[in-house]
Design a protein around this ligand. Structure first.
Ligand SMILES: [Zn+2]
Ligand SMILES: [Zn+2]
Length: 262
């Protein structure tokens, strides 16, 4: 595992022996390869330069991110739940302090993903906590490192435990999914990855095919995503980075945002 190479741009970990010349995830039209060329790093190098910051967002919800910022600034969210904790998305670093913290909270029952930009070193996390990795089957072709923990799901949604469910939203990636958690707020919370972007003003949501490359979605896709989200009860939103949290007027802002397009 320590022989992995990690893409410096997106944080995806490749097992030794299966490292491409250019990272598959960055070659995809939703990402980019830096002008100076493909960069790789190793887990040991990351441990020297970076650490994991753990932040309690609210009762039963923690945020984990890498300090200083690495790759695309991914964050993972840890939901503490009665019948087992779930990690939403991954960050490309895993250290002893974080392992101990999560173990003290009861370990992980599963790791679930929004989409391929967060897969990073998911097999390391799943190995340490001996739990399944839930990824929508529609994104199977973007998995660069398979393993025994991988559990592909299909269909529009998959119920988990304690009322939590994975919902396939699509748009950014065909398999793009969100996690609905009913017990973190009154009407439920959605953990979104970058299926939805909350603007810095916190007054607008956008759904795009690629945010860094400014590629919009087709209008029919926007309409489909809106219809899908209309069916889901929630009052709180958690996006892909720490500035993207919203717990006020979420549905109204989403409605007003979508009106611009549709
Ligand atoms: Zn990459
Ligand atoms: Zn993405």
């Amino acid at each position: 595992m320590n022989n992995q190479l990690i893409c410096s741009t997106c944080g995806t970990a490749y097992p030794a022996g299966s490292v491409p010349e250019i990272c598959n995830i960055c070659l995809d039209e939703r990402q980019w390869v830096p002008r100076e060329g493909q960069g790789w790093t190793k887990p040991a190098e990351l441990h020297k330069k970076y650490s994991i910051k753990l932040n309690r967002l609210k009762h039963r919800l923690y945020e984990l991110d890498i300090n200083p910022l690495f790759a695309i600034g991914q964050r993972a969210l840890l939901v503490l739940s009665e019948q087992g904790n779930i990690l939403w998305d991954c960050i490309p670093l895993l250290d002893e302090m974080t392992i101990e913290f999560i173990r003290a909270k009861g370990g992980l029952r599963g790791i679930a993903f929004s989409h391929p930009h967060f897969y990073s070193n998911m097999n390391d996390w799943a190995g340490v906590f001996d739990c399944p990795i839930y990824i929508h089957k529609k994104d199977e072709q973007h998995i660069v490192a398979t393993g025994k923990h991988l559990s592909l799901w299909t269909g529009d949604e998959m119920p988990l435990w304690d009322g939590m469910r994975l919902i396939n939203i699509g748009g950014h990636f065909e398999g793009s999914s969100i996690l609905h958690v009913p017990f973190l707020s009154e009407e439920g919370s959605i953990l979104c990855g970058d299926s939805l972007f909350l603007s810095p003003s916190k007054k607008h949501f956008s759904a795009v095919y690629s945010s860094p490359n400014r590629i919009p979605l087709a209008l029919s896709e926007m309409r489909r995503i809106k219809d899908r989200l209309d069916q889901i009860p929630f009052d709180t939103f958690y996006g892909y980075i720490k500035s993207q949290n919203l717990d006020k007027e979420v549905k109204r802002i989403l409605e007003l945002s979508m009106e611009r397009y549709i």
